[in-house]
Design a protein around this ligand. Sequence first.
Ligand code: ATP
Length: 338
Amino acid sequence: MSVITIDRVRKEFKGHQALKAVSLDIEDREFCVLLGPSGCGKTTLLRIIAGLETESSGDVRIGGRRVNGLPPRERNIAMVFQNYAVFPHMTIGQNIGFGLRMKKVDAAAIERQVKRSAELMHIEQLLDRYAGQLSGGQRQRVAVARALAVQPDVLLMDEPLSNLDALLRLEMRSELKALLRDLKTTTIYVTHDQTEAMSLGDRIAVMHGGEIVQVAPPPEVYRQPATEFVGGFIGNPPMNFVRTPEAQRALGVFAPPGAATLGIRPEDLDLANEGLSFDAKVVEMLGASQQVTTRVGDELLRVSLGIDPPVLAGERLTVRARAGCARWYDAQGKLLQA
Ligand code: ATP
């Protein structure tokens, strides 16, 4: 059953199309990540779902109910933003209970919910402190606890971890994932960080230029990028795109009818006796792998190799595409289905 249905939602800002007829169904208890580069429309879509922004056309349904025009408080959603505003003049407990007080929940129930949410986020020892005295990571926990306290049907999060340092981000990421799975909350999570998207999402909706270009579980987005944009955006280093037929043939693959571009991941190119030969221009030792970059014609080609034997810059290498790993794109950059 889908909890949220976004049906051909468009948004225009003074003639600029921020969203172009976006449709998306989100299932009950799903963790769906909206992923895309800056300006692709992620935040606008999230704000429309929340009721903080009005769509130019299209429908939003939450729990089967059309919510167009309803204010945020009538949608049974909660939001956590990047700049998680905690109120410095309130205690942590008052901060967490804020949404419940707005809903005029009775005091005893507020106290129970605040305690429970604080326990979930492991900040119960901070309840009487003032929010101004907290570290970034603690403030983040307060913001999530406050969102959870209202027991929303849907939790909307916009880059909630981006202000944390790398280690804390990693910790919070795995904690959040486990917590939201246990709470069975339906979550929509906005990020431009592909690693975060891959590790958190049950599905990833990849956005580009105001459109959703692919919605699929992380392994599928990685293995079968629906467009060249997706293949280039996800994966580090990104997918290679080989456009010259000679180079494609040398890699041991043959273009099916309608194919223009070969997409092949750097780790799907293996050293071979026969294949595409080139001089390794740049070699980077990354610990677990060596990244070799070269130019083939006027295209960059990236190859990920194991660390043995070490490759020297300038060395002549020959590679072939691993069987079954070639993806083909048409002249518009769309994946051809095998
Ligand atoms: P980021 O990751 O940088 O936050 P985003 O994918 O969330 O980007 P949005 O914030 O949704 O992108 O913006 C989508 C487009 O709409 C951008 O071109 C942006 O400049 C434009 N836009 C967003 N809000 C407004 C506004 N209030 N008025 C005018 N244009 C806006």
